[in-house]
Design a protein around this ligand. Structure first.
Ligand code: GMT
Length: 374
């Protein structure tokens, strides 16, 4: 098949999913074109069957806001015609679904099918903003297929946009061969020279990730036992987090690691993963940690209860329940048997339900059906 995938290049989960999907499809022999405004951070420089189109936006003195969505639509239409793309798969509705719809109009009557995958804040924050609501709703309705990364996001989309159309749930996935427990190459001793337990968190440090709660949970754990915290990622709350670590008196035990190309090596040396978000339609970083055999302590929001089985692969709490999450962390860290049982279950669920090959099969099948119907 000839497939175009539209993605953000940034560290967020939608960009990771889109890039990993593009690479997996290319490995299966499909001809894949990836569209983004910069080089996606999970994409190696070269891969057979995969071409990256970095979409450039020309500026003009009149433009306060150069129109990326138009430049993207024009580039998509060009490549659909030149390379004979059969599918345009938009990851994150805003503005990718709209640009894909416009490209489809530009190349008509050539049949190109538009798939839109909803990831989270494209619905819960940005999409429902009155400035975008109508055009996002239109673009969802006009897509040939719409997928959502969790049941929760599907429900929310139908409710918020008053949409009756079918939305297929295709969960996010993980390369379980890459994200696994790596005892040999583990960097554990670098971070915890005296064998201290290690807690980890990874995100784009936006306010809804509640990195402050991560630090408060950790500080509470530190009052009871020595421990280390790995903070992976970069974003607007990083400076705030550094200051808070200092104020809480734990800065010597917190490693700020920034964006990481091989996060699996860091997850693999953690004893537990913290994700106390205010919203999370899926929680890809939690899945990657689970695949490395790390139990997760998280909030009971969005798609997290679909991913994390409370009491089996982790523990779930209301947003802001720092004391509850700290007590759960202490319980896990003090009980190696419980921790190992949860680690095994977390890895098993990641392999059984979210393995990359299994989920890429679902997308492949969906594309085939669409092409057959055109
Ligand atoms: O919606 C966002 O915050 C951005 C988006 C992204 O690009 O990372 O994150 C969402 O999509 C991820 C991949 O499907 C999910 O794992 C995240 O849970 C989701 N974020 C939120 O819902 C806050």
């Amino acid at each position: 098949m000839k497939i175009g995938i539209i993605s953000y290049p940034t560290q967020g989960g939608s960009g990771v999913v889109a890039t990993e999907l593009a690479m997996a499809l290319a490995r299966r022999g499909h001809s894949v074109h990836l569209f983004s405004y910069a080089h996606p951070f999970r994409l190696p420089r070269f891969q057979r069957n995969l071409i990256l189109h970095e979409v450039e936006v020309s500026t003009y003195p009149l433009f306060k806001y150069p129109p990326y969505d138009l430049a993207l639509a024009a580039r998509l239409a060009e490549v659909v015609e030149e390379a004979g793309l059969q599918i345009l798969h938009a990851h994150y509705a805003v503005p990718h679904a709209t640009s894909a719809w416009l490209a489809k109009q530009l190349v008509a009557p050539r049949p190109v099918r538009v798939v839109t995958t909803l990831h989270g804040t494209d619905i819960t924050l940005v999409g429902t903003d009155p400035a975008y609501f109508r055009v996002v709703r239109f673009s969802i309705l006009q897509s040939d297929r719409v997928t959502a990364v969790s049941q929760s996001l599907r429900r929310q989309t139908q409710e918020e946009f008053g949409i009756g159309r079918d939305i297929v749930v295709v969960p996010n996935f993980v390369d379980t061969k890459r994200f696994r427990d790596l005892p040999e190459s583990s960097e554990r001793r670098v971070f915890a020279p005296n064998g201290e337990p290690i807690l980890a968190h990874a995100s784009n440090f936006r306010p809804l990730k509640r990195v402050g709660d991560v630090l408060r949970i950790f500080a509470r754990v530190r009052t009871e036992m020595p421990a280390k915290l790995l903070l992976i990622g970069q974003g607007p709350d990083r400076i705030f987090a550094q200051r808070l670590a200092k104020d809480l008196g734990v800065e010597a035990d917190v490693h700020f690691l920034g964006e990481q190309e091989f996060p699996e090596r860091l997850y693999a040396c953690a004893d537990l993963f913290l994700l106390p978000s205010e919203q999370e339609s899926f929680g890809l970083s939690a899945l990657e940690a689970m695949s490395c055999g790390v139990p997760v302590i998280a909030t009971r929001v969005g798609g997290l209860p679909e991913l994390i089985e409370d009491g089996k692969t982790g523990f779930l709490f209301p947003v802001g329940d720092v004391e509850g999450m700290a007590q759960a962390a202490l319980r896990l860290l003090r009980d190696p048997e419980l921790r190992h049982a949860m680690a095994r279950d977390a890895r098993r669920i990641a392999c059984e339900k979210y393995d990359q090959e299994r989920v890429v099969d679902l997308y492949e099948e969906l594309y085939r059906e669409l092409i057959a119907g055109s």
